[in-house]
Design a protein around this ligand. Structure first.
Ligand code: F6P
Length: 501
């Protein structure tokens, strides 16, 4: 199905983006859509109406609307693990199936429990919270807290994820154990990084009564020494990288307060309803997903940039790297057959305008075309009006320069243009709009997986490295040898220099 896109891409190969827009200026308005406070403009993508028509026909044939309904109703869309992916049940009341309703009830009761624990901590003399988790048990809360926590927040929330002991050392050096509470977040509660860092923090706290947990494995949590009354639940029907809406968001609720956490869920719920009900041509996740496969399979773009023009969203590229690449980094279809197209490109990026002074040279004149998502926020929350005007002017300028380029007699000063981008604009950055934005990406990722017929909800690719690390751990203490000759040579070098050092 997606192979058809190549014919359209070839047809359009000699027509630059500026010519596409000049020939059809109405697309500036008509390739734009809005979902409440979130505006999206796709006019600077390198498709014309005929290619877009082909994309929407593909969407119909792939039954994206049915796929969205199946996701929200809790069908086992994660086929390789025979599970649903019901992150929508953490925030929405859209589903009718018995399973989804039961999940929703569990989510609401966990939220209630979380509210009590937040209140308990607010009433204590704790000033700082340390959140210990990694991947999906870290990146979402870290993003939201970094984006939205106010300087006068009730708690300062800190994050430790990396197994590198410098991470724990740096965070703990600034804190007083008696004024600190910690939460270990791990769906499995078997993750090496989180268990090691949790043990460091448990010892550092001295008094384990300020240690909390969020996990789907209460038995392991109890064995670690955290009792049920300080443990919030998770379930196998929520994937780690889709879990910030669950008790995994405990650090968010502590940093922002329960009201703002609920607003975040509210924003995501609005996007769920939009994704489910809006017809494909007015549906933001559908446009976004179709654009992604067009750029990958039509234009053969091997990377995708995400460029938030808002300092508060500087962690969005890292968050999306996990969401998109752990979900879509697959080369086998759901039925086990090899996929004969490229799936996910490399996602990367950074905050504007810093990124302009770093890697934008390559975006403008490099040999590879990098499609980009630009994200802007219309209203700022600071008083520096000149800075905000400059920020928005830069955002507009970059999207235009990348698209239109500029000719020159001097080849070094020539801007080829023809570089596609999508512009996403939020009216303001609030818990609600951030919830909508994140849910937009979640649904786009799922719809891309449907188009590629792959599973967006497993991550077997990360297991082999974890197993090998476990096996190699004793060799660092001199017990046993590596079975691979190169690893063994490196081990010998490590041992030799640690003896010398
Ligand atoms: O890196 C793989 C992974 O399984 C992620 O999918 C997950 O978010 C992360 O590890 C952490 O897992 P857990 O929450 O079980 O500690």
């Amino acid at each position: 199905m997606l192979h058809e896109l190549q014919a359209h891409a070839q047809r359009l190969a000699a027509t630059p983006l500026s010519a596409l827009i000049a020939a059809d200026p109405a697309r500036a308005e008509e390739f734009a859509l809005r979902c409440g406070p979130l505006y999206a403009n796709f006019a600077r993508q390198r498709y014309d109406r005929a290619a877009l028509q082909a994309l929407f026909e593909i969407a119909d044939r792939a039954d994206l609307s049915g796929a969205m309904r199946r996701l929200l109703e809790g069908e086992p869309v994660n086929l390789t693990e025979a599970r649903p992916a019901l992150h929508s049940a953490l925030r929405s009341d859209l589903a009718r199936s018995a399973f989804a309703l039961a999940a929703r009830a569990q989510a609401l009761s966990a939220q209630l429990r979380m509210r009590e624990l937040v209140a308990e901590l607010e009433a204590s003399d704790v000033t700082d919270i340390v959140s210990i988790g990694i991947g999906g048990s870290d990146l979402g809360p870290r993003l939201v807290v970094d984006a939205l926590a106010r300087p006068d927040a009730r708690f300062n929330v800190h994050f430790i994820s990396n197994v590198d002991g410098h991470a724990a050392q740096r965070v703990l050096a600034r804190l007083a154990p008696a004024r600190t509470a910690a939460v270990m977040i791990s769906k499995t509660f078997t993750t090496q990084e989180t268990l090691l860092n949790g043990a460091i923090v448990r010892d550092w706290l001295g008094d384990a009564s300020r240690l909390y947990a969020v996990s789907a494995n209460p038995q392991q949590v109890a064995e670690f020494g955290i009792p049920p009354e300080r443990t919030l639940p998770m379930w196998d029907w929520v994937g780690g990288r889709y879990s910030l809406w669950s008790a995994v968001g405990f650090p968010i609720a502590l940093a922002l307060g329960m009201h703002d956490f609920e607003q975040l869920l509210e924003g995501a719920a609005e996007m769920d309803a939009h994704a489910l009900h809006a017809p494909p041509r007015e549906n933001l996740p559908v446009w976004h997903a179709l654009t992604a496969v067009w750029n990958r399979n039509g234009l053969h773009a091997s990377t995708q940039a995400v460029l938030p023009y808002d300092e508060r969203l500087r962690l969005l590229p890292s968050y999306l790297q996990q969401l998109v690449m752990e979900s879509l980094g697959k080369s086998v279809r759901l039925d086990g057959s090899d996929i004969d197209l490229h799936t996910v490109p490399v996602w990367w990026g950074g905050a504007g305008t810093d990124a302009q002074h770093s890697f934008f040279q390559a975006l403008h004149q490099g040999t590879q075309v990098v499609p980009a998502d630009f994200i802007g926020v219309i209203r700022a929350e600071h008083a520096y009006a000149d800075n905000h005007a400059a920020l928005l002017a830069n955002l507009l300028a970059q999207t235009e320069a990348l698209a239109n380029g500029q000719d020159s007699e001097d080849p070094h000063r020539r801007y080829p243009g023809n570089r596609p981008s999508t512009l996403l604009l939020l009216d303001a950055l609030t818990p609600r709009t951030l919830g909508m934005l994140i849910a937009l990406y979640e649904h786009s990722v799922y719809l891309q997986s449907v188009l590629w017929q792959i599973n967006a909800f497993d991550q077997f690719g990360v297991e082999l490295g974890k197993q090998l690390a476990r096996r190699l751990l004793p060799t660092l203490d001199g017990v046993g040898e590596a079975s691979d000759p190169v690893t063994q040579a490196v081990l010998d070098a490590l041992r030799a220099s640690s003896v010398k050092g």
